[in-house]
Design a protein around this ligand. Structure first.
Ligand code: FE2
Length: 132
């Protein structure tokens, strides 16, 4: 397990969303540090709350831009966002009630999800959102 390093290949070609994705990477890394250092559940919960709150903001911001651009994959993309939110909230509840193993599982899940989502799904909107 390690910190996520930003790579050029993560870029979706839209500066605003690259910045927001970078912020998400930083928030997931903050979570990683607390998990690695076996921080208490209060600190971890506060960190996860910040992460979920920012994720909601970011998803709304992406969805508004996709809608504005008449991106044809909007509905499918919204479902992916909603699915992640649901899973993250489920993990969060488990973090509060279960032992440490779920913390690592949650971190791995978020890391995989974010990287795959940026590279596989978000890049699909690039050409629609780029100023022509
Ligand atoms: Fe997205």
């Amino acid at each position: 397990m390690a910190l996520i390093k930003w790579r050029d290949s993560f870029s979706v070609g839209v500066e605003k969303f690259d910045k927001e994705h970078l912020k998400l990477v930083e928030l997931i890394n903050d979570m990683y540090i607390i998990v690695r250092d076996k921080g208490d559940v209060t600190a971890l919960s506060a960190c996860i709350e910040r992460l979920i709150e920012y994720t909601r903001f970011h998803f709304s911001s992406e969805e508004a831009a996709m809608e504005e651009a008449n991106y044809p994959g909007l509905e499918e993309h919204k479902k992916l966002h909603a699915g992640l939110e649901e899973q993250a909230v489920g993990f969060f509840l488990r973090v509060k009630s279960e032992g440490e193993a779920v913390r690592t599982e949650f971190y791995h899940f978020l890391r995989e999800w974010l990287v795959n989502h940026m590279v596989e799904e978000d890049k699909k909107y690039s050409e629609y959102l780029k100023p022509s």
